[in-house]
Design a protein around this ligand. Structure first.
Ligand SMILES: NC(=O)c1ccc[n+]([C@@H]2O[C@H](COP(=O)([O-])OP(=O)(O)OC[C@H]3O[C@@H](n4cnc5c(N)ncnc54)[C@H](O)[C@@H]3O)[C@@H](O)[C@H]2O)c1
Length: 328
């Protein structure tokens, strides 16, 4: 396949790119390096049929150039977005703009070229839906906009799914949707704009206090990065589901069935790293943070034959080895 991966120098995108290149696919990465890093895709440098294009995925011209490099495009994996909870609160305007503008440009290009499309949505597209597990027909529930900007991200993913479904129905686009559930692994940002697993492991490494927002009872389904990118790759590569179903318009939750509280995650990080960091609970949690996030996996299992394989302990151990090597 000739693939474009937007956001391909980011956390998930770089692992996906490595996987696609290793499988012999041609890949052009489009990334403006807002949070991506050249270092993330260093392993692909010099590989035949791999190219990195630094630029804005909301700009149509860059897709033309990417396609020219490969003599056409078969599949666009759209991962470019503003991710990281702090951004959702601080710059909701920017989050909405980037997430929707990049998607619309990528979708339009796929429509014109007849390329397959994989949209990376999120469980946050369901907002604060309390009923678990999250199914494809679960309703999205967002709190009043005057309260906070948190749902700039989730709502952009919700609107993104609407745009994708519209393109499938009205323009016969062969588009599929994936929803990663709290991916973690090497390269996950651990700075204050990062994600919880990266932040906790960094705090363990430096001996800083581990900060938990709220009471720590909120749960997540942390999912090993390689498991997630396998699901994304399959969603793009399969012509039809393994059960013979049409995949256009199908949506896949890519999450572990292992649900764990944030406090337990912190404990596991402490155990595995042997760190003496203290745990501190910050009373004010992230407003709009959902209490639970558990995937219904029936569609992913049935149509892709996908399920997560790596346990949280195995995954955290691998991350810790990476973190130590990285900061040596
Ligand atoms: N990591 C997860 O667990 C998770 C969960 C649900 C959904 N997602 C989605 O998966 C995708 C990848 O997430 P990630 O965790 O790797 O985040 P990330 O921030 O590491 O990757 C996003 C990439 O997009 C790039 N980007 C941002 N704006 C751009 C623009 N205008 N043009 C080109 N590139 C741009 C960034 O530089 C970055 O490299 C995102 O769409 C995210 O919303 C991720």
């Amino acid at each position: 396949m000739r693939c474009i991966v937007t956001g391909g120098a980011g956390f998930l995108g770089s692992h996906l790119t490595e996987r696609l290149v290793a499988m012999g696919h041609s890949v052009v990465v489009i990334d403006d390096m807002f949070r991506g890093k050249k270092k993330n895709v260093e392993g692909c440098k010099g590989m035949p049929d791999y190219y990195l294009m630094m630029g804005d995925a909301a700009n149509r011209d860059i897709y033309e150039k990417a396609s020219d490099k490969m003599g056409g495009v078969d599949c666009i994996f759209h991962l470019a977005a503003i991710n990281g909870t702090r951004w959702f609160h601080e710059r909701p305007d920017f989050v909405i703009q980037v997430n929707l503008d990049t998607l619309r440009t990528a979708l339009d290009f796929a429509k014109v070229r007849g390329a397959r499309f994989v949209f990376t949505s999120s469980p946050e597209a369901f907002g604060e839906q309390p009923e678990m597990p999250l199914r494809n027909d679960s309703e999205s529930l967002f709190s009043a906009a005057e309260k906070h900007g948190r749902h700039s991200y989730g709502a952009s993913k919700y609107l993104g799914e609407i745009l994708v479904q519209h393109a499938v129905k009205e323009h016969s686009l062969d588009a599929r949707i994936v929803r990663p559930f709290n991916g973690y692994g090497p390269r996950l940002p651990g700075d204050s704009y990062g994600q919880v697993t990266g932040i906790f492991l960094k705090q363990c490494h430096t001996g800083e206090t581990i900060t938990i927002h709220g009471d720590g009872e909120q749960t997540r389904s942390f999912t090993w990065v390689e498991d997630i990118v396998e699901g994304i790759q399959m969603a793009g590569e399969l012509d039809q589901g393994i059960d013979g179903s049409n995949l256009a318009g199908a949506a896949f939750n890519l999450g572990s069935a292992e649900e764990i509280s944030i406090t337990d995650l912190a404990q596991i990080c402490l155990e595995i790293t042997g760190s003496n960091s203290e745990i501190e609970f910050q009373e004010v949690g992230h407003p709009g943070d959902s209490q639970r996030r558990l995937p219904d996996l029936s569609t992913s299992e049935l149509m892709l034959g996908w399920s997560a394989n790596v346990s949280l302990r195995q995954g955290i151990e691998s991350c810790w080895r990476w973190q130590k090597a990285e900061q040596r």
